[in-house]
Design a protein around this ligand. Structure first.
Ligand code: ZN
Length: 268
């Protein structure tokens, strides 16, 4: 499942490839991924010129001169820039461009392709309630978000309305780098814990952004990301030695999810 590093990379790739290009045709295979009827979606975006592509958490924001195209891959998928004779086997939407290329969007299961008119982004509920981009949050911002909050730190970090972009792939290493147990109560965090957590969020996400995302995802040209298993510190490394203290990495149940931790480095 793509998380902030992968979606950040896809948005940058799309921005580099598509700004200035015009959408000439749209094909929708999965109408239920849209927020408006198919004909309305197509009428709104055909002839639109792309002016910029960014992301907030796992959402891709494509700005055009006719409004916004918002994409979310849900549980996973691929966004690929191809030509019509190279179309991938599976796709849910196709956007043809005036340079002869086609953006193919596939959701493995279910995703979102939403049209939002110019100036109405704040009324798009699914993105309006997102917290700040995890990578753009500094220590002061994190401190502010955590003030007065209760509950477990892991659940807090995974909740996209608090901060956007952290999911189950990167959370384990972020908490390890912060030396925090996933079940640590927020109201027991001290300033130094928050300082470490702020650094850990960056240290846990930025290397993957720099390497084009995780190895199990592909970029818009079909190339695998360069962030490999060797780059992961404790996540999914049950039974292996902790890179810091050599204690065994264990898998524990934390609510409805599992966590990978070093029980000595992350005792509390
Ligand atoms: Zn350790």
């Amino acid at each position: 499942m793509p998380e902030l590093p992968e979606i950040t990379c896809r948005a940058r790739e799309m921005n580099a490839a598509l700004v200035g290009k015009k959408i000439t045709a749209i094909e929708v295979v999965q109408p239920k991924s849209l927020n408006v009827p198919v004909n309305e979606f197509i009428a709104a975006l055909v002839e639109a010129e792309i002016s910029g592509v960014t992301n907030r958490g796992k959402w891709i924001f494509t700005q055009t001169d006719q409004g916004w195209l918002l994409l979310n891959l849900g549980m996973g998928g691929e966004i690929m820039l191809v030509t019509r004779d190279q179309l991938p086997g599976k796709f849910r939407l196709l956007f043809d461009f005036d340079d002869g290329r086609t953006l193919s969007v596939n959701f493995w299961w279910f995703g979102y392709a939403h049209f939002v008119p110019q100036g109405e982004l704040e009324s798009h509920q699914m993105t309006a309630k997102l917290g700040p981009n995890a990578l753009e949050l500094d220590q002061t911002g994190l401190n502010h978000l955590l003030t007065g909050r209760r509950g477990r730190i892991k659940s807090f970090l995974l909740d996209q309305s608090n901060l956007a972009g952290i999911g189950n792939a990167y959370i384990h290493d972020i908490l390890f780098l912060a030396r925090l147990h996933p079940l640590r109560q927020i109201d027991t965090l001290e300033e130094q814990d928050i300082a470490r957590l702020s650094q850990a969020i960056h240290a846990g996400l930025q290397p993957s952004v720099d390497k084009g995302g995780a190895f199990y995802e592909v970029n818009i040209y079909g190339e695998k990301g360069g962030f490999t298993k060797e780059d992961i510190l404790v996540g999914y490394r049950e039974g292996e030695p902790c890179p810091e203290c050599k204690s065994e990495i264990i898998k524990i149940k934390t609510g409805s999810t599992s966590s990978f931790i070093c029980s000595s480095c992350q005792s509390s």
